[in-house]
Design a protein around this ligand. Sequence first.
Ligand SMILES: Cc1cc2nc3c(=O)[nH]c(=O)nc-3n(C[C@H](O)[C@H](O)[C@H](O)COP(=O)(O)O)c2cc1C
Length: 376
Amino acid sequence: MRTPICNDLGIEYPIFAFTHCRDVVVAVSKAGGFGVLGAVGYTPDQLEIELNWIDEHIGDHPYGVDIVIPNKYEGMDSDMSADELTKTLQDMVPQEHVDFARKILSDHGVPIEDSGADAFQLLGWTEATATPQVEVALQHPKCTLIANALGTPPPDMIKHIHDEGRKVAALCGSPSQARKHADAGVDIIIAQGGEAGGHCGEVGSIVLWPQVVKEVAPVPVLAAGGIGSGQQIAAALALGAQGAWTGSQWVMVEESENTPVQHAAYAKASSRDTVRSRSFTGKPARMLRNDWTEAWEKEDNPKPLGMPLQYMVSGMAVAATHKYPNETVDVAFNPIGQVVGQFTKVEKTSAVIERWVQEYLEATGRLEEINEAATV
Ligand SMILES: Cc1cc2nc3c(=O)[nH]c(=O)nc-3n(C[C@H](O)[C@H](O)[C@H](O)COP(=O)(O)O)c2cc1C
């Protein structure tokens, strides 16, 4: 399964695991893959604590940090500090949306009065909030890759990361976005198909991956969206990718912070139970369909706001679901891809990597058998 990117990054397998849980980052990198910590929900101080913990537990293995600076978002042209921007954006949130969100929660018996501490917050998805996260990450030498979602990182940020001797990756959902990343000097392009969990475009992986590979060659491409087995990794490499960038699988591992209720919901879900919805973040993201996502779709109801305003509304639901995971399953934010239909149980992270390697060998072995049979 080794590809050139394994040598570039000093890893055994080209398996990249996006996760919000530091334990999963460590477990993946120690198992020979490359763990990437999603920083969007962390303040710079919290991120520093997480990365110190990773450094202490990961041995000599490398890891990455993922930030979110979208190409477009409310307030992107301002040069306000994160605090000033938060205040300005808070004032832009219509009361109608807040009342509607509160009604969805109270109709489901979710206590909101004492769980709204995180409401109206500005998550790390602006340049103002992501830049300090990058500064923290660069203080940690084992963090050798900074990835950006939803856009091309700003040129001065790319230069700064390169000057510090680290690599830059960026996610894309189209060849034209991939072109912009490559032209800006991004080292690794992540082509993410529409079946992926979290923010995603509309084009499916098997169509998108080879288009992006062709567009940016010789820049290495990682395939994302719909990978939850070694067979799917074999397909990604066959289509020209140098590795697999995965996310959904890691909510179903023992080391993840996901609750038993969430695990049960994922294990029960089929590939048709996810939806691309703007109802939590303001941009289309794939998640489990539930009463919250349906409510924002109904014709007469308020429509989701843009990023980052919608999270200032949905943040109260996310805070409530963290506090009351059992009561809030029908309104919770559960980002997950269509690959959820393959998940039946919670596994150990190292067992997932071992299984994927084995399945990859079986898949490639099968192709060899087919070739041999055809040439006899
Ligand atoms: C729970 C969850 C949260 C995610 N959050 C982010 C994020 O904050 N930043 C990001 O770059 N990608 C995020 N993603 C997308 C992943 O990085 C990855 O591209 C995607 O999960 C790959 O497709 P898959 O879900 O089919 O494995 C998230 C995915 C999931 C499942």
